[in-house]
Design a protein around this ligand. Sequence first.
Ligand code: ATP
Ligand code: MG
Length: 415
Amino acid sequence: MRQTKLFTKTRREDPADEVAKNAKLLIRAGYIHKEMAGVYSFLPLGLRVLEKIKNIIREEVNAIGGQEIMLTALQDKELWEKTDRWDDIKVDNWFKTKLKNGSEVGLGITHEEPLTQIMKDHISSYRDLPVYAYQFQTKFRNELRAKAGIMRGREFLMKDLYSFSATEADHQNFYAQARSAYVKIFQRVGLGDETHITFASGGIFSKFSEEFQTESEAGEDTIYLDEQKKVAINKEVLSDEVVAELGLDRKSLVEKRSIEVGNIFHLGTKFSEALGLVYQDEAGKSMPVIMGCYGLGPSRLMGTIVEIYADDGGLVWPLAIAPFQIHLVALGNTPAVITGADNLYEDLTKQGVEVLYDDRGLSAGEKLADADLLGLPYRVIVSDKTIASGQFEVKNRRSGETSFAGATEIIALIK
Ligand code: ATP
Ligand code: MG
């Protein structure tokens, strides 16, 4: 893409009303737009990052048998009354509204209820199981505090996967697969080293749920990490009894701030019993379906990556999720530079490399500062100097290392 065609502009100053680093930088770089606290629009560059994150998640969830769906945001009050999750005293973060006829509807905070209801039309026998269904969908939660930028939206994207199994053994087997898929997802987006499986409160059907917590001072959670064993306990459930039960030693647990990027749960038969999702087993006996749910926030993940990777110059994207792989920057406007940069842009694009081409008539200083702020993994400079040398200057945004390379080597770098 030519940068002269990109409608978003960068700004030098931090927005006055943001405290979170991710929001400040993403707004300054034109990736997102703030509508109001906790409510953000995604602009072209921001959407490209989000889509890349979604695709990584999609590949890993499809690989374990997930089938993609899309449920509705509008939710029927009666359904949620059946599981006792409509009452504002029980669930305090609903956005609710009324239809013209006066009946109440809510904007989905999560989707166990509607999906369980849907499955009643499709599951009746053990032969219909297991089923794994997931979606990427906007959730609405009236969060008390929304100061963490896109890490805590009042309207935000969630990937929610739900499993429906006949037996506890089948359920446990899938749960373990989902857990491994999550590990792969966090590795692929560049958070493998700092993301830890964390024992957290589990609701009614199991003692614990497992959270995926990414170490970061920007986090709102506190975990106690065993750095050797690479497991952690959420402060919410920390006690001597829990430490012992998990075979850990209190003395080797280190307190860390962290961001909950994912959460996987055993649901047992809580929703299937409340809503009547049953199947006939091989003996013809009616049994409640065993469920699990697996949540992950692509927008929170994007904010987390900003928090962890960004530096004083601006954003820094891992290659796998960068909006473009290369920032091609033409410095100077001599015919040689323009032709050289145009040709390289075409060569790279033809080879399937994703290039943002800064063809704007701005000063070198402005272009380089913008390149740092936008944070694409490799910056390639075309100038009279590089043309004379017959090679392009390539700078790794993260390490700051500079080298000189021809088009073929640049393509090899990306592939
Ligand atoms: P938290 O404790 O941080 O409020 P939660 O436990 O309520 O989150 P879940 O219901 O488990 O979150 O949601 C699944 C995933 O969705 C979370 O692991 C997180 O990645 C993401 N998520 C939850 N709330 C938000 C939010 N307000 N903004 C962005 N992402 C969110
Ligand atoms: Mg959670």
